[in-house]
Write a protein that binds this ligand. Structure first.
Ligand code: SAM
Length: 229
């Protein structure tokens, strides 16, 4: 079933790619700027000269932000249209960002992202909950990083964003990231213990964890996690 929804999901993102690119623009939306970027940037601590992997990069606006901070970036997404839009939006920065079509569920495609040196850092903003299976992604990211490498990701807080009546069992459901997007996307709910178990079994340890609220300050909707080798 996951294989089928992975391909269906890719088609959804192909259909939504132009809408997503127009909506997110150069600076992304307020959700991203206010809830995602501050902790991600604090934990990733991008430095001039860093070599960074941006996982499921969407229209590449965070990849570009990393370049502004002095990094060299390889950024990938499984939607070819999303990558085409990213290349066109950031055409003046392609010396420092390599945009690639790659499926995060396919370990051999992921290992094809290996370059002449290992990555210092990997980042994934708001995509773990959109990826149909994350085992290969965590395993490959561990292998692609240097010995001191770190991996920062943000995703839905599964304890507070689960579908009605479900928490401990993983499941796939449909929803909207942006009101009015052309087609609903697939979300892959996993309990927190499953996300972290997959990270730990891949060899990572966790050294930072934040729960980020939206308007209701008592209930977080996003988690920011930093993993290290
Ligand atoms: C909510 S968007 C986030 C995009 C970007 N990281 C951001 O923060 O703006 C999720 C992205 O995950 C991508 N995605 C979902 N499943 C994927 C997979 N298996 N491999 C690569 N990208 C995937 C989608 O195409 C989409 O661009």
């Amino acid at each position: 079933m996951m294989k089928k929804t992975n391909e269906d999901g890719r088609m959804v993102w192909e259909t939504n790619a132009d809408f997503w690119d127009n909506y997110m623009g150069d600076e992304s939306n307020a959700f991203h700027r206010d809830l995602v970027r501050p902790n991600t940037e604090m934990l990733l601590d991008p430095q001039s000269g860093d070599f960074v992997l941006d996982i499921a990069c969407g229209n590449g606006n965070f990849s570009h932000r990393l370049v502004e901070l002095g990094a060299r970036v390889v950024a990938f997404d499984y939607s070819a249209k999303m990558i085409q839009n990213a290349k066109s939006r950031w055409k003046n920065s392609l010396r420092n960002i390599e945009f690639i079509v790659c499926d995060a569920t396919d370990e051999s495609q992921l290992m094809g992202l290996q370059r002449e040196k290992p990555y210092d850092k990997a980042v994934s903003n708001m995509a773990i909950m959109d990826i149909s299976s994350i085992h290969s992604l965590f395993k490959a990211t561990y292998r692609l990083l240097s010995a001191e490498g770190l991996f920062v990701f943000t995703t839905h807080h599964p304890c507070f964003t689960h579908p009605e009546g479900r928490y401990l069992s993983s499941c796939v459901h449909q929803g909207e990231a942006i009101t009015g997007q052309p087609v609903k996307q697939y979300y892959y709910h996993r309990p927190l213990q499953d996300i972290l178990r997959i990270a730990f079994e891949s060899g990572f340890v966790m050294d930072a964890f934040y729960e980020v609220p939206d308007t209701c300050a008592e209930f977080p909707i996003v988690i920011t996690v930093r993993l290290r080798k």
